[in-house]
Design a protein around this ligand. Structure first.
Ligand SMILES: CC(C)(COP(=O)(O)OP(=O)(O)OC[C@H]1O[C@@H](n2cnc3c(N)ncnc32)[C@H](O)[C@@H]1OP(=O)(O)O)[C@@H](O)C(=O)NCCC(=O)NCCS
Length: 239
């Protein structure tokens, strides 16, 4: 088995289009899921939602197994008070965060540092609906910022703020309830630059023109290296 190694200050960001997962792996994906994951998958009514969830968990297990030198099917997960998943011991200090939206599945792995990732496809909501969500869930400074944005970029900026906030929430593991409006992610990070939010470092990620994504990592940004990986690097050819 090919083992993936992760240096202490490196984040590995795996970004996949789940609709292009190789045929040979598609047939094996369900065999990666635990009984609980099978039950959860069956609850999704729409086929695409089932497959997106299955691809996310199967790839999380496959890749997690490659870092830990184990068969990903045998890895056990436990969950924090608000649902943040982590590997059960003994699994060293491998941390991860997973997000999916539209055709994207993104997974970030780190050694020791807590991480969060969020990806959101733009387009399912109207600007009016987004502003309603912002008034309810964003910090007042973020709502004011959106109101001042030119209308043609307001939707993009809404999703940039959303993904940044969710990435922070997912790194901290607190869950969204009552937490979103308490902090601001402004000024938004420039491409490939970190900004500090409390004990977190925040950065946007490239996706496509209809998608926004962000990652968050604990601690100083000074020496953090972000390595982007794709389905071709995942070692799926052996299935
Ligand atoms: C995790 C959460 C914060 C984001 O979920 P989401 O954007 O809907 O979905 P994503 O695909 O980005 O993330 C899902 C993954 O997050 C992880 N996750 C779940 N709960 C988590 C938590 N408390 N902390 C960190 N990660 C969590 C899981 O790995 C999950 O993957 P799974 O589907 O395989 O179980 C979710 O708990 C939530 O409540 N979302 C509500 C969205 C919302 O109303 N936002 C307000 C607008 S800003």
């Amino acid at each position: 088995m090919q083992i993936f190694s992760l240096k202490k200050n490196t984040l590995h960001v795996w970004a996949f289009d789940w609709t292009s997962v190789p045929e040979n792996f598609l047939g094996h994906m369900q065999s990666f899921l635990s009984p609980d994951e099978h039950t959860r998958m069956a609850r999704y009514k729409i086929q695409d939602d089932r497959t997106r969830f299955c691809a996310g968990r199967a790839l999380l297990r496959h890749l997690g197994g490659r870092y830990l030198g184990q068969d990903g099917r045998t890895l056990q997960m436990s969950f924090g008070d608000h649902g943040k998943p982590r590997w059960q011991n003994p699994c060293g200090d491998l941390r991860f965060s997973l997000s999916h939206s539209g055709v994207w599945v993104m997974i970030v792995f780190s050694e020791r540092r807590e991480v969060g990732i969020d990806v959101q496809s733009i387009g399912r909501r109207s600007l009016l609906d987004c502003m309603k969500i912002a008034k309810h869930a964003f910090h007042p400074d973020e709502v004011d910022f959106l109101k001042l944005c030119a209308e043609d970029i307001r939707l993009q900026k809404f999703y940039e703020i959303w993904t940044c906030k969710e990435a922070v929430i997912k790194a901290s593991g607190t869950g969204v309830h009552g937490a979103m409006e308490k902090f601001s992610v402004l000024p938004l990070p420039e491409q490939k630059q970190w900004t500090r939010i409390s004990r977190w470092q925040l950065r946007s990620l490239d996706a496509d023109t209809d998608t926004k994504a962000a990652i968050v990592v604990e601690g100083d940004a000074g020496n953090i290296d972000v390595k982007r990986l794709s389905i071709a690097d995942a070692g799926l050819e052996t299935f």
